[in-house]
Design a protein around this ligand. Sequence first.
Ligand SMILES: Cc1ncc(COP(=O)(O)O)c(C=O)c1O
Length: 465
Amino acid sequence: MDLTPFLNRDSKIPLYQQLIKFFKSNMHDGRIKKGMKLPSKRHLAKKLLISQTTVERAYDQLLAEGYILSKPRSGLFADYDESFLIHPDPKPAELPVQNFNGTTNEIIDFHYGHVDSSFFPLSAWRKNVVASLDKYSEKLCRPGDVLGEIELRTLITEYLYQSRGVNCEPNQIIIGSSTSYLLQMLCHILNTSLKVGFEEPGYPRSREIFELNRKEIIPLPLDSEGLKMDAVKKNIPDLIYITPSHQYPLGRIMTINRRLELLKWAADNHSFIIEDDYDGEFRHSGQPIPSLQALDKENRVIYLGTFSNSFLPTLRISYMILPRSLLKKATQITSLFKQTVSSINQFALAEFIQNGEWQKHLNRMRKLYRKKRKIILEAVKRELGDKVKIHGENSGPRILIDVYLELSEQELIQKAENHGVKVYPVSDSYKKGYAFNTMSLGFSGVSEEEIKRGIYLLNKSWDLK
Ligand SMILES: Cc1ncc(COP(=O)(O)O)c(C=O)c1O
């Protein structure tokens, strides 16, 4: 136990009595638990710069009062009678148990962004964590690079070039613990009264980060090809935030022509475009389209990526790729905040990528999501039929359904929840108007059986047949 009693040397109360008071009050508060070993007299005296006799006097008194126990050749241990305690340890409050028709632990959660634990490569990950601890033991004992460990940034550069055509050097990448954190950094880096064009509907968390930073938000409507250019040209935003490869939440893919038109406009108007490529890895049909960053010849694109959806949401590793013109300011700003991702996790991920495990995992997930997508589409057609319209099914582990029933969004969610199924709204992605009762069904975190049962239960809960 590494205890640090703070002693008042100016007080009239002798030091040994202050020590007694400290130990007793910590036992009463439950901070020193019964059975805990106390620091040795020599250790405590040395740490507090007091004599061993002072500590000995305090310990003798505690022994005499029955607060501590001396075990031969082992030391002193807290050993008080629980009834001594004025404030006994509060019992943890009983957690409320939610009950859905008596099937509490059978909730089928179509949350987008969950990972199916039975497919997570735990043993490969464990092996690479251990290997990275050995390999990088020296580096782990020094402060890490504020932009992120160069080993990981180099591997991300190679991976993105191969998979998304992204052109960058490792020093253009900033690692961070979330997309929101990286956007916050970006607001500090750009630091002007920005007019931010934001796709409507769009990812609410990112929009709120800009609002928090008092940026003016201009909602930009979409059509089937992507961002509508007339609205862009009319408003001339300084910065535009889009999710072109899997529009959040609608799931559309921006066409190549629209991408090129937007890039040309950005270059002519000296505006930046934020490309949030949050799950660009998972495209289920059609030709692969290069990322916007890959098509950009004028350094107007700021690229965002994350391992939250493709690997593990709790790892907390996301990244931002900046045009070279912003690098100097970015380094200054990030240095103030330091790196938010533990180097241990960064090295483990680097090792995982280096050993080919990352690519293996991605291939496995692509196959799995294609299979789950087929199952959910069949189930929705079978169970919900023409009462719903499916969209957004060509990319990412999620579909959207417009529900043609006389029920509000909240009623649909509540009725489903009463049957043990969680579905999610889309209305919070809109800053302005909202027309349909659209439900979001993520399928990455549910098993194939749960998908079938979940959709069956939706039919029952919404009383479709
Ligand atoms: C549009 C969008 N961007 C980014 C992210 C990832 O956020 P983070 O990097 O903070 O995990 C998500 C996660 O679901 C998302 O939907």
